[in-house]
Design a protein around this ligand. Structure first.
Ligand code: XMP
Length: 521
């Protein structure tokens, strides 16, 4: 007997119909174990589709927010199996530059490395180290590589006032660790493995790759190679570049230009970023982009109703983004209407889109992304009962790669700034378009400026999230999202509403004190 049903639980459709007229969210929901567990956590597959044509290996997306999705985070999450959407709160050139930076990234290779000049002072190298953590600095003069300065070459106390040329290792002594670019294979994996071999042979910590005129093209360090070889989940396009998306606004004129630059820069998909989606403005942008770039998938949203989701599908969207007024930094629910609790919104939209695609023979089905409000692994698991992927803001804010600035609280704990795109601070820098702000005299914010606890590097934090998602699927007995969704929408996974006292019971309780070993508070 493999299925383990319970006569008191309800199939998803009956459950939500039973609570018709109520907006439910994560904590309101219990999902009952549906099958005897016959697999280990690490046998659970996390692959899914983020848009009609793009498959990813981890069912997450990084939100297009100023304090989340820029190139460094986009690279780090793509190595972990999911894309970021580069936000549009910057000039078109800057945003296209961020996309290019992600597309140019190669496992282990640092392109356009930071350099110093021979006549600069060691103090400059110390400053670079303090600001960026980078200590390996090629020394260039009029574009040509003339030496290498690493932290083995100086101490701050003794050499700060000396010139770089006095402490660097000159190019004549670096022959064993310099390689012309045309001597490396073109293919990604082969190039990394050849660079690795050359580094080992050289006994050095860094390999410098130069072009025909002696200028530095890129460098690769032993530390990076070791770090970067271990990304089996990374998501790549057909040219082996990492996958990345980019945001558009709902302003048609601006979006025409932005879309053209972003597509030229290599964005794999676009996302029309609107807090109040399902509008005629958004439709105009969607139809323009689909007519102009039929090969580029477009995410449409944000919606919170089945009708809103279906309009997006009818108008040509390649994915639907669901979530209104539920983000951690969001005050939309306090200043406008149209918001809805996230689990009800996600189920309603996912079911409607699934049914619509089935009836109209749309194959593959249009994915649904549940965006906002996710603060625990079990919340992500509950969102993924219905959605194909979950979009994260706060859970990725506070990572080393996120762009938010670092601050310290009164207890000396490290925090990172995280603000809503509807906050005044973000709006004056450009997100006004997302919130249809005409002028600041009567500005009403839809988001706050806050801070979250520092979470360390993506390479340590995201694997924990992935294990959390695997635990969620495994605890119901399923080995993939496809298997889970099939069971949920066929009514084989039973749901119950958790009572208020049940919620208290589900939290940690009746302890004099406790410690949590996760950065989830
Ligand atoms: P989390 O909970 O992951 O939510 O931090 C991220 C999502 O919140 C949305 N967002 C906002 N919503 N006012 C809003 O109403 C804002 O200022 C704001 N900024 C972001 C957005 O959908 C994001 O993915």
């Amino acid at each position: 007997m493999k299925t383990t049903i319970d006569p008191l639980g309800l199939p998803a459709q009956a459950f939500f119909e039973r609570f018709r007229g109520e907006s439910l969210t994560f904590d309101d929901l219990c999902a009952l174990q549906a099958k005897t567990i016959e697999l280990g956590i690490h046998e659970v597959q996390l692959s899914t589709r983020i848009t009609r044509n793009i498959s990813i290996n981890t069912p997450l997306v990084a939100s297009p927010m100023e304090d989340i999705s820029e190139a460094d985070l986009a690279i780090a999450v793509a190595l972990q199996g999911f894309p970021a959407v580069i936000h549009s709160n910057m000039s078109i050139e800057e945003q296209a530059g961020q996309v290019r930076k992600v597309k140019r990234f190669e496992n282990g290779f640092v392109h356009d490395p930071i350099t110093v000049g021979p006549e600069e002072r060691i103090a400059k190298a110390l400053q670079i180290l303090k600001e960026t953590g980078i200590s390996t600095l090629p020394v260039t003069d009029e574009g040509k590589l003339v030496g290498l300065l690493t932290k083995n070459d100086y101490t701050g106390r003794k050499h700060a006032d000396m010139k770089v040329v006095e402490r660097m290792v000159p190019v004549e002594r670096l022959a064993h660790q310099i390689v012309p670019i045309d001597e490396l294979p073109e293919e990604d994996t082969a190039r990394l493995s050849r660079a690795n071999d050359l580094l080992l042979e050289s006994h050095a910590g860094v390999l410098l790759i130069v072009n025909g005129s002696g200028a530095i093209e890129s460098l690769v360090t032993r530390k990076d190679i070791e770090k970067n070889e271990a990304f089996p989940d990374s998501i790549k396009d057909r040219h082996k570049s990492l996958v990345v998306g980019a945001a558009l606004t709902t302003k048609l004129e601006e979006s025409r230009e932005r879309a053209a630059e972003l597509v030229a820069a290599g964005a794999d998909f676009l996302c029309i970023d609107s807090s109040h989606g399902n509008s005629s403005h958004e439709r105009a942008v969607l139809e323009h982009v689909k007519a102009e770039y039929p090969q580029i998938d477009v995410i449409y949203g944000n919606v919170a109703t089945a009708g809103g989701a279906l309009r997006g599908v009818e108008w040509g969207a390649d994915a639907i983004r669901v979530g209104k007024g539920v983000g951690s930094i969001c005050s939309t629910s306090q200043v406008s209407l149209g918001t809805r609790s996230q689990i009800t919104a996600t189920y309603s939209c996912a079911r409607a889109v699934r049914e619509y695609c089935r009836i109209n023979g749309i194959e593959p089905r249009i994915p649904v992304i549940s965006d906002g409000g996710y603060a625990t692994f079990s919340a992500i698991g509950k969102g993924l009962l219905f959605a194909d992927a979950v979009m994260l803001g706060s859970m990725l804010a506070g990572t080393d790669e996120s762009p938010g600035s670092v601050i310290y609280d009164r207890q000396g704990r490290k925090l990172k700034r995280y603000k809503g795109m509807g906050s005044l601070e973000a709006a004056v820098r450009g997100s006004a378009a997302r919130y249809d702000v005409q002028g600041f005299e009567d500005f009403v914010g839809e988001g706050v400026v806050g801070a979250v606890r520092s979470k360390g590097p993506i390479s340590r934090w995201v694997p924990q999230i992935k294990t959390g998602i695997r635990k969620c699927l495994q605890s119901l007995g399923y080995r993939s999202l496809d298997e889970l969704h099939e069971a949920v929408f066929a009514g084989r996974v039973l749901l119950e509403r958790m009572s208020e006292s049940g919620k208290r019971e589900a939290g940690i309780h009746d302890l004099a004190e406790y410690r949590r070993d996760l950065p989830l508070e």
